[in-house]
Design a protein around this ligand. Structure first.
Ligand SMILES: [Zn+2]
Length: 445
């Protein structure tokens, strides 16, 4: 009887795994095959004299996982980074008679065009102009914006019009100043926390006629609310600067900088020119709006960084990209909540194949399978989410090191598990260091 139960068990187990044939060994990893290593770094003293205990794995891992430099794109392996999609919507604020801002037909067209031009700059990062003579690499920014309507409202295109005499306008100076006020955001935000709400609030007509008020393009970010206010698009559309007798800046294309800048604040970036923005590759400078030969400090000292006030606003430094991507990767962050969860559904085209020796120091949300190819080695030191039904394959002669890593599915589903290929000494190898955590697997160890 015991023999029969054992036989049935073997048949069931073989049915679950892909191939039981020893000639073509390919099976899910079990604890028996895992090689366990003790942490290589023994307890040692830091500069401050505090002792780091090698046993405190989870604390060590979480500190490193939060380190923004670990999220700077790896130029040698750009395909190891996932494109993040930030959901946005637009609110076009008007007077109660529907005037003072774009009409519905114009507004929808303008908002879409504005977003397209704004995206064209995150798609094509520019080399940093400062510091003069720098070698700062120009790396992919790895995020885009998408307009998101409320899926619970049929036909919602994510562009809204509100006619409200009390809240439609923007005033940046004087006793009626309201640029930092949040009433309009509190009243009209749609899909709070899930979508970045962009409010197009025109300058007040009384301000516009004042000789001391500059109704130029300007914006304010409300980081906690996940919202921004922008003023000046409509004024510029109607009162463009004339260059050689032709309107120059009336189009939505001209307003890409303010949108990328204000969204940059919501995604966790700070001004660079005088304060500590948390990045060493964005130097302090004189905040020249553009190159200006009449001001010696502005002949070469002009910035093109997105987080300065300048006419370009089209360069993101590696540290700035790392900072935003760190915020995207951080579970529970306001920035992560704004993303389309592109990491839930398996996309076979996003299969990552490791071909050399690579270490993933930051968290990742994979969208496809992961294969470590023969002769390659992948070390994972942080959280990796795998989409539903995804597999990790460790080919013959390949190595996967899980060093304090967490493998999971972040969408409440299950991923398949880790498959080892090959036989005997050539078999794929999986090494555990610093107590990795493996969760949400169909085929547990
Ligand atoms: Zn700013």
């Amino acid at each position: 009887m015991r023999y029969l139960v054992g036989l049935i068990l073997i048949i069931v187990v073989c049915g679950m795994i892909i191939n039981c044939s020893p000639r073509n060994a390919r099976q899910f990893l079990t604890m028996n095959e895992v090689e366990k290593l003790s942490p290589s770094t023994p307890a040692k003293s830091t500069k401050s004299g505090k002792s780091i205990k090698s046993g405190k794995f989870s604390t060590k891992a979480s500190v490193a996982c939060n380190e923004q430099s670990n999220y700077i794109p790896d130029a040698a392996h750009p395909e190891h980074h996932q494109l993040k999609l930030v959901r946005v919507n637009f609110h076009i604020m008007r007077r109660s008679n529907g005037k003072g801002n774009f009409s519905e037909a114009e507004g929808v067209k303008y908002a879409k065009e504005w977003l397209r031009h704004t995206n064209s700059h995150v798609i094509k990062n520019k080399k940093m102009n400062l510091p003069v003579g720098n070698n700062t690499p120009k790396l992919p920014i790895n995020y885009r914006y998408v307009i998101a309507g409320d899926p619970n409202i049929p036909g919602d295109d994510g562009v809204y019009f509100h006619d409200d005499d009390d809240l439609y306008y923007f005033v940046k100076t004087g006793k009626n100043k309201n640029n930092y006020k949040k009433e309009v955001i509190d009243k009209y935000t749609v899909q709070k926390g899930k979508v970045l709400n962009i409010f197009m609030t025109p300058h007040h007509p009384d301000s516009v006629v004042s000789k001391t008020y500059n109704p130029t393009l300007t914006g304010i970010a409300f980081v906690r609310e996940g919202a921004i206010k922008v003023a000046g698009n409509y004024y510029m559309h109607n009162n463009p600067t004339q260059v050689n007798g032709k309107p120059f800046n009336r189009g939505a294309w001209y307003c890409h900088g303010v949108l990328n800048h204000e969204i940059g604040h919501v995604l966790g970036l700070n001004h660079t020119w005088r304060s500590n923005d948390g990045c060493d590759d964005t130097p302090h400078h004189k905040n020249c709006y553009s190159q200006n030969r009449k001001r010696p400090e502005c002949i070469d000292g002009w910035s093109n960084n997105v987080m300065d006030y300048n006419t370009h606003q089209n360069a993101w430094s590696p540290c700035q990209i790392g900072r935003v991507q760190r915020n995207f990767a951080k579970k529970g962050s306001t920035q992560r909540a704004l993303l389309v969860p592109t990491w839930c559904k398996l996309n076979p085209e996003q299969h990552i194949r490791i071909k050399d020796e690579v270490t993933w120091k930051g968290a990742k949300d994979l969208e496809g399978h992961l294969t470590i190819q023969s002769g390659a080695k992948l070390t994972v030191k942080c959280r990796v989410s795998l989409p539903k039904n995804a597999q990790i394959t460790v080919q013959q002669g390949a190595e996967l090191v899980l060093d304090g890593a967490t493998l999971e599915n972040d969408c409440g589903d299950k991923w398949q598990g880790i498959i080892l290929e090959g036989q005997g000494t050539k078999r794929g190898k999986v090494v555990f260091v610093n107590e990795p955590v493996l969760m949400n697997m169909e085929n547990e160890l």
